[in-house]
Design a protein around this ligand. Sequence first.
Ligand code: NAD
Length: 401
Amino acid sequence: FERKKILVLGAGYAGLQMVSNLQKKLSFQDADITLINKNEYHYESTWLHETAAGTMEWQDGVYPINKVIDAQKVVFVPAEVTAINKDEQTVETTHGNFDYDILVVALGFESETFGIDGMADHAHSIVNPQTAVKAYREIEENIANYKRSNDQKDLSILVGGAGFTGIEYLGELVESVPELCEKYGVDYNKVNITCVEAAPKMLPMFPENLVQYAMKFLEDRGVKFMVNTPIVAANEDGFIVEVNDEKQQLEANSVIWTAGVRGSKLMDETFEGVKRGRLVVEPDLTAKGYDNIYVIGDVAAVMNGEGENARPYPTTAQIAMQLGEHTAKNIELTLKGDKKEPFVFSDKGTVCSLGSNDGIGLVLGREIKGKKAAFMKRVVDTRAVFKIGGPLLAYSKGKMF
Ligand code: NAD
């Protein structure tokens, strides 16, 4: 009996949930488990908009990976993956090469600017703790600078995209920017927060009344929405948008792009047929033709339905954690010589927060809004820590206590 080498790439929601479950299922004689991750910590990517608005310190949204793994069963290597050689069954990293019998690719997401001219250089994104901190620093510096500059651009904030991230970010901004104004002696009424959205409607997964509720909440607190307005470029002065086929410059010194994410670029280099860094996976979550390679989390397109009507599920923390759990189960089955099982998504619903005390949501088929939604969001956020790290971590890092 030979111990199998299981190599896991990425300690986000999918990868870390997978390791957390697998180490409970296997004894240390069953397999060698190695986890590779760029940072020594896991970050709650669904909380980053709070850091980017200054309502949460980045340290509060991260925890050391060592708090989760069982060192008897799992070796954790902080390193960056640089290549996956799927036919040789090896992985190259900044800390040397690793071979494997079973590979779990859970490399997560990065910003996608769709090649929009100037976007990568002139706008901040909210994709990891570092970028989130930078986005907030920009806003604070500009507001602080206004007293000296008297330049309206210092009080203008542009948010590109009204997806989940954009809306949740605006919800935090309308809490933190008034406080910043007070701190630096600036009148909040002079601040312009503008959200630019290409689609005619935002948050299409929610019923109209909840969308209206969210828009009104944000508009009442000073946010201006421009829908049906694609951003076509970014420059030193802000965004260039298209209104009625005419280009228009929107001016601001604080510019944040929340209008697109994609799976890791390493996916394009490793697999064929990858779109926006996502590979369509088999029902058992493996890559086609490689039944020892699982692809989970934001690098996976998990299809809902079959044939022409099949659509990928949205990439969320909820599905990522379920993919991690399912992969742990399938690896256990494989090691026992049993057949793998197909993944079935259990949709618990979604909550979109509007700052710390409000929000909208669809939970187990029911519409919620206001304080109830804010409470549910804290439950969801705490549950994510609990499911991966257990009760002690949920107590120290969660949002319930
Ligand atoms: P997204 O891709 O879902 O939304 C991006 C938005 O930007 C869209 O509304 C799109 O129309 C708009 N957009 C794209 N290009 C544009 C352009 N050139 N000009 C103007 N607008 C443009 O991205 P996201 O909000 O970061 O979400 C990513 C994933 O994470 C999604 O699957 C989402 O469901 C999930 N998510 C979920 C939650 C939650 O459940 N609370 C929170 C955050 C993210």
